[in-house]
Design a protein around this ligand. Sequence first.
Ligand code: PGA
Length: 243
Amino acid sequence: MSVRRVVAGNWKMNHGPAEARRFFDALGAVPSGPRVVVFPPVVSLASSVASAQGVELGVQNIHAAESGAFTGETSASMARETGAALVLIGHSERRHLFGESDADVAAKIRRARAAGLEPCVCVGETLEQRRAGRLEEVLETQISAALEALDPGAPYMIAYEPVWAIGTGETATPADAAQAHALLRERMRARHGEAGGQAPILYGGSVKPANAADLMDADEVDGVLVGGASLAAESFRAIIEAA
Ligand code: PGA
């Protein structure tokens, strides 16, 4: 595999500034090899920047506008200024709980690019869509909208996160992941050529120390995006070691 492995943690709405600092103190320096990324809540970004060692940091969301009257929102350039290098875009919780569309995802990707943030764009089907045999169609629609907005000349990553596997304890099998990743890789290559062959595709959804190595051994699985198991330094470290 030519793509460098990535282990990313999405803390969601967990760990304030003091807890973030305790997490990074406990994690210490990470083993060399994989890229390690953490997406803390935006209020914990500054303390994460001050305490993380060898870990890249990102934000979980940005607004599509550069600035303006958007109470409660964070712009890409503010996130960048505070020390974020990456941004999660289109996480299923943003899509399903906050109603974000593929058009919103595309607009945020463009804003991230303009600010110099590396987008990690999440795609994935719901259980209903999978049961209705719509896996390919859903992934195709989501990845096409993302690729249209992404720049093949700048780094980005894609995360395949089947919605039914997020926070449920139910993990896709390595074969499920390989099937979805192959489809995504094919679209990425078709649209972005060599760059589309090189951008990492992460699997996410109930990744734990016990299943991380098997998932990362699957074809085209270049890393993992971890929610629950990224909250404790010990389990996150075990996943980094598995990579
Ligand atoms: P989970 O979350 O690992 O807790 O299932 C993954 C994610 O939402 O990125």
